[in-house]
Ligand binder design. Structure first.
Ligand SMILES: *[C@@H]1O[C@H](CO)[C@@H](O)[C@H](O)[C@H]1NC(C)=O
Length: 152
């Protein structure tokens, strides 16, 4: 019937609204890393989570609908001997694009973005690259954002 059809279409519209923005930490100043290997990072400070596709406890974004999605990672990092600002955008545990910078003094920052075609259930996350230090405080310097561009 018509009411059911309208409800179905409304649900479809809802699932097309997917947007997230999260920073690494909630309040406290903290540094994630350095680790020897690629290490999953959880961006706990969730500012925007339209469609609830992102889980701020696990750090995973799970695609609710097939489509093209855009993701970005921005990392701020204090300089230390040999440490870098590095983070990779991960799709189902595999590296896609990587942000990287290595300076000799003060702070360093890096960022990258990627557009991915995701199937329902595909997971996107951020991992710190080896020897990377990711800094954050209440000013939300290190962030993970993404949104659905269009369904497919
Ligand atoms: C950092 O993010 C939180 C929400 O996640 C927000 O409440 C807070 O105002 C942000 N801090 C700044 C300085 O924008």
């Amino acid at each position: 019937n018509q009411t059911a059809e309208i409800e179905r279409l409304k649900k479809n519209e809802e699932v097309k609204r997917v947007a997230l923005s999260a920073a690494l930490t909630v309040k406290e100043t903290s540094i994630f890393g350095p680790y020897n290997t690629l290490t999953h990072a959880v961006f706990k400070n969730v500012l925007t989570n339209v469609g609830n596709a992102y889980n701020g406890e696990t750090g995973f974004f799970t695609a609710p609908v097939k489509g093209a999605y855009h993701f970005e990672v921005h990392i701020l990092s204090p300089v230390g001997s040999g440490y870098t600002a590095g983070a990779a955008l991960m799709k189902n545990g595999q590296r896609t694009f990587t942000a990287y910078e290595s300076q000799t003094s003060n702070y360093q920052s890096s960022s990258n973005g990627v557009i991915l075609v995701l199937e329902v259930g595909d997971r996107v996350s951020v991992s710190a690259t080896p020897n990377s230090k990711i800094f954050d405080n209440q000013n939300n310097h290190s962030t993970f954002s993404g949104h659905l561009l269009f369904t497919m």
